[in-house]
Design a binder for this molecule. Structure first.
Ligand code: PHE
Length: 319
């Protein structure tokens, strides 16, 4: 519109240009009229331009509304996984009793995982453990496999101690077996314990394990020792904790028995002491291997071990 009326060839401009051709008496009136029109049209156009700009700004302000009264998103703060929380607690309890922590390789050889633990070739325990063997050339100490238990760390630790006493270690770590259901995962966690010294008896074993159970689960926790068999301990026991999911009434986790097996233990077999470089005539010891995942199920009342491994935040966030 501005071009149409006020432009170089616009209506008003043309009218002013032809003023000279008008009779002299008409010029002042026509000139004044044309100038007045030019001013009015110019003002009207300015107003319209301003109104358009304001409308555009208003629309943008409405579309871009930010409600600053809304609460913000709290940052999610990470924390240790329940299995790590429990593992740390177990380590603290044993550290307070003077045990040293040791690790050991997740890929073991047959000598450390079986032979040195009094499980010779062909022994049914080798099948019992249902191992994951590694597809690699055998070493001088047998085939390689994912360790099926933490007990090989007993051997490694004793040999590293080179005859020094006492031998007092705990070894938490991952172990692997071909198992997979609500109470078994193909990878799970154990904590091995070993104490060797002069005059160590079964009473020491019972005392240490009772102290552990009471510190982890409270002084009223019931535990029971059942005779059992392991090639690397004699005598051997399995230790059960009263089921915390059903308070002993029977459920899927305790297989309706009211008790959950959480560890194997016993007095270190003379052959194992020898494999570790100790004289069974001189010293004795106890060993135990506890299932961290089982203990976590009892502590946190989780009835499916797989919940610890699925990485579902709805689960992990609860601890
Ligand atoms: N290594 C045994 C297992 O994995 C547990 C165990 C450890 C038993 C030490 C006795 C002594 O089942």
């Amino acid at each position: 519109m501005r071009v149409q009326y006020l432009g170089r060839k616009g209506v008003i401009t043309s009218a002013l240009r032809v003023l000279g051709q008008l009779p002299a008496e008409e010029r002042p009136a026509q000139g004044a009229l044309a100038n007045q029109l030019r001013t009015e049209i110019g003002q009207a156009l300015e107003e319209a331009r301003g109104a358009l700009a304001r409308r555009t700004l208003d629309r943008r302000l409405v579309e871009e509304t930010i409600d600053i009264t809304l609460p913000g998103y709290p940052p999610t703060i990470g924390h240790p996984h329940p299995l790590i929380i429990l593992r740390n607690d177990i380590e603290d309890i044993f550290a307070a009793m003077g045990f040293t922590m040791s690790l050991g390789p997740e890929i073991e050889d047959e000598w450390h995982n079986f032979e040195a633990l009094n499980i010779p070739p062909g022994h049914p325990a080798r099948e019992m453990q249902d191992s994951f063997y590694i597809d690699a050339a055998p070493t001088g100490t047998g085939r390689l496999l994912l360790r099926t238990q933490m007990s090989p760390v007993q051997i490694r630790f004793m040999r590293a101690q080179a005859g020094r006493l006492p031998v007092r270690m705990v070894a938490p770590g991952r172990v692997y077996r071909r198992d997979d259901d609500a109470t078994h995962s193909p990878m799970f966690h154990q904590c091995e314990g070993l104490l060797v010294d002069h005059g160590i008896s079964f009473a020491h074993l019972k005392g240490v394990l009772s102290a552990l159970a009471h510190r982890l689960f409270g002084p009223s926790t019931r535990i029971r020792f059942r005779p059992s068999y392991f090639p690397f301990t004699e005598p051997s026991v399995e230790v059960d904790v009263g089921c915390t999911l059903c308070n002993g009434h029977g459920c899927r986790t305790c297989k309706q028995s009211g008790w959950v097996e959480v560890l194997g233990a016993g007095m270190v077999h003379p052959r194992v002491l020898e494999a570790g470089g100790y004289d069974p005539e001189e010293v004795s010891g106890f060993a135990f291997g506890l299932g961290i995942d089982r203990l976590a199920m009892l502590r946190y009342q989780v009835d499916d071990i797989r919940a610890f491994y699925e990485g579902d935040m709805r689960c992990s966030e609860q601890f």
